[in-house]
Design a protein around this ligand. Sequence first.
Ligand SMILES: Nc1ncnc2c1ncn2[C@@H]1O[C@H](COP(=O)(O)OP(=O)(O)OP(=O)(O)O)[C@@H](O)[C@H]1O
Ligand SMILES: [Mg+2]
Length: 220
Amino acid sequence: MVIFELKEVTKIYPPFFKALINVSLTIEEGEFLLLTGATGAGKTTLLKLLYRAEVPTSGEVFFKEIPYSKITSHKLNEIRKKMGIVFQDHKLLTDLTVYENVKLSLILSGKKSKNMKFEIYEYLERFGLAQKAQKKVKELSGGEQQKVGIVRALIRDPEILIADEPTGNLDPISINEILKILKDLHAKGKTIILATHDPVILKQNLGRTVMLNRGELVQE
Ligand SMILES: Nc1ncnc2c1ncn2[C@@H]1O[C@H](COP(=O)(O)OP(=O)(O)OP(=O)(O)O)[C@@H](O)[C@H]1O
Ligand SMILES: [Mg+2]
């Protein structure tokens, strides 16, 4: 089943910068899709269209055959609850603690957790962040913040994981740990969409790779 479809999507940032040009792409449910391309090619823009943080200038984006332009805000909220998103710029609440950031995400996802505290600490432990749990996010290093952004998305056990350059500030061991978790999620049938220009990750044959070149999609 197709989970996302972009049909002839063009995105122009005002007044006239063409970030995406006539992009058509289908993403299957359960697929592991890698999105690559140079800086400024339009990767983040494409991901934002998938979770409806941006709206196409022309063309249409569909979620399971429902056009986003016709979707109700209630339905959109339901869809977003199923998503885990790792933002390129983290979007953490930097005056709150690591624990609070992760907890908030878990609560907003509507996911039931028998022992929330245990579950959160288990994830933080896995990323070497347990000792930082009660620190404010603004007191962490860039790489640590990036890891918190990843934990915040993963804790929801999302149906769809959208990750925008999640490993840019991380060391190889952390990157491997994250890739292992993404592979496990994929094996459980979840849809993974990963934007990266890390050649080490791209070499690993995690799934279909599509490339953007100055806003135009170049297949495999
Ligand atoms: N809100 C915005 N307003 C105007 N222009 C924008 C906006 N967001 C992005 N752009 C422009 O659109 C182009 C594509 O940006 P985008 O962030 O999608 O690229 P990217 O492929 O994710 O790059 P990177 O690898 O650096 O993350 C860039 O040239 C950028 O300057
Ligand atoms: Mg980007």
